[in-house]
Design a protein. Structure first.
Length: 239
């Protein structure tokens, strides 16, 4: 018995090839064609490698690729946001309630990092705390009142901003007044930094920059020294 081999493509496969070529000439991408033509990608590449595309078709494919990249980037961004939210919510739940001692020690550590200390060459220094984070400022105010027994009337609020933002003074005052829950007229102490200060910060734009808040406490030298003692107590505990 003799077997006769033929190089002729089976009719079904030939039809798939013709369909693939037609779709390619319409500007479809390989991935889009593979959804309509169930063949191996290597087979499709072999069929289409010589199929020329017009400028419009190439432009359409490029636009599709860019759109797919944007969709993929948006999906990854959302995944990152979802994962971050879960991490934050889980971590937040681990804090639970805080007692007064914990609050006291948190404030001591915060002042150690961001507060002004009494210097030998400048004795008698009072409490000064500086930061640009409204939440941290609010925490410190609560700590002063609840832990240190400081009266609200003894708090002095000062704002420092870049000279280039002088025209935004009213906006910045209203921002801080709202964030820390005080009347705008309590924020009358405004200081301006040199307009030519070099900085690597990315938040100096008009919509995101609100300067730095400094809180001073009247007649607080003794309290400042007491905080220094608390800090030393913590340090010596870990030595």
């Amino acid at each position: 018995m003799r077997f006769v081999y033929s190089n002729t493509m089976p009719p079904i496969k030939y039809d798939l090839k013709e369909k693939a070529i037609a779709l390619r000439r319409e500007g479809f991408s390989y991935s889009e064609i593979l959804k309509e033509v169930p063949v191996a990608k290597s087979t499709l590449s072999e069929w289409l490698h010589s199929v020329g595309l017009s400028k419009y078709q190439k432009q359409r494919l490029t636009e599709k690729k860019l759109a797919a990249i944007k969709i993929g980037a948006a999906a990854k961004h959302q995944q990152r946001l979802d994962k971050t939210r879960i991490i934050i919510e889980t971590a937040k739940s681990q804090i639970g309630s805080l007692n007064e001692r914990e609050l006291w020690l948190m404030g001591v550590m915060l002042y150690w990092a961001e507060g002004s200390k009494e210097k030998d060459y400048h004795p008698g220094s009072g409490i000064q705390f500086t930061n640009m984070d409204p939440l941290m400022i609010c925490f410190f105010i609560v700590w002063l009142k609840k832990i240190c027994g400081v009266n609200k009337a003894d708090l002095i609020f000062e704002i420092t901003i870049h000279e280039t933002h002088r025209y935004r003074v009213k906006e910045i005052i209203n921002y801080w007044a709202e964030k820390i829950g005080i009347a705008p007229h309590h924020l009358s102490h405004i200081y301006f930094k040199n307009a030519h200060v070099k900085t690597n910060r990315k938040n100096t734009g008009v919509t995101s920059y609100f300067g730095v808040m400094r809180i001073r406490v009247r007649s607080s030298t003794i309290l400042n020294r007491r905080i220094a003692g608390w800090t030393q107590g913590v340090v010596e505990f870990f030595r």
